[in-house]
Design a protein around this ligand. Sequence first.
Ligand SMILES: Cc1ncc(COP(=O)(O)O)c(C=O)c1O
Length: 417
Amino acid sequence: MDLTDQNLSHFMELPDRDIFAKTRPFMDFMNALKKEEYFHWHRILTSPSEHRVKIHDIYTGEIREMVMMASNNYLGLTTHPRVVEAGLKAQERYGAGAGSVPLLGGSLDLHRELEQRLAKIKGCEDAIIFTSGYSSNVGCVSALVRHGDVAINDRLNHASILDGCKLSGGMLRAFKHNNMESLERVLTECDNEFNGKLVIVDGVFSMDGDITPLPDVLRIAHAHGARVMIDEAHATGVIGEHGFGTPEHFHVEGQVDIVAGTLSKALGGVGGFVASSKEVVNYLRFYARSYMFSTALPPAVTGSLIAAIDVIETEPELREKLWYNIRYMMDNLRRMGFDLGRAETAIIPIIVPDERILKLMSREIHQAGIFLNPVYYPAVPKKLSRLRLSLMATHTQEDLDDTLAVLERVGKKYGII
Ligand SMILES: Cc1ncc(COP(=O)(O)O)c(C=O)c1O
């Protein structure tokens, strides 16, 4: 099988004579990748998602240690003693599960506490929590954008936002990534065509690590009578003076109409949230179907998340260490000659335009004990395939230097630098 001409999208386009027809060639494709040791998805960890992990290596059959460069546990909070302790205490007091969907008996005082803490750090009146960042985006967008409305997206917004748009009764428009002229143009085109307009951007973009120009987005959108929603998945805990995210980074707290995000990255747990006015939050409790029809977050997770916010507020040294690590890696990778695109946060893409070379590189990087992910089309545009690093506060100097040494060796070998 030619591994270069086929990618995941190929299998989604196969005709469905039997509904399972697509699964066999997809399995063959995966097995062919495995045979060549190109398959690096779904690696199984036998340890916490920390700066060094143990994995079950399908190629050697052994448990081996790797430097983890692919976790979104930016501040190391998944294993922070205060966070773990709070989760255990909540589990002891409230049990293992919430027992019901939030509106029908599953709402704990712990959930409300978490919502209020999130609202506060995001500079909003209130907040609502969901069981994932995916479901908060899907629920929020599909509830608000209705027939006659339009959702106007940065082209690189996360898939969950696009899925929310598809589920909504409204129309979907896109503007060029971080391009304010393009946003203005699309808004002008939409002015007379639609009722409500919702401009949606990621705070930090998940494949490029760059930051949305939020003050400009707000100015342009509001001038056209549009509301603005921002997805803070990779910004919370990472940017802003206190780690409160993109609005704090740009000093525009209280001006963003909807601040959404996930609880699964820097906050170290799982779940999602939407912070906004009391009216919007109240509306979402009844119209966001992924909230209404899904059981509330487990107590242990909720307790841990409240403690995670405490840690973000009281231990700024974690964020400072994360930023030391980000700068150290970016400076050194750029000095070596790697193309890091527009990276400016904890997500660092290393652009490898040729997918064939990316496959070879990622095989060698895995063999050398560095855990990071190759990202191919259609997850990113063609010719912009990449290795995606994400940094953590808990990475040691040795982790960083080991990673740099492997990347330099492999990058030189394949002519990337
Ligand atoms: C920008 C962005 N939004 C939303 C999500 C979904 O969050 P979750 O993993 O909590 O479902 C992710 C990542 O997974 C993301 O990168």
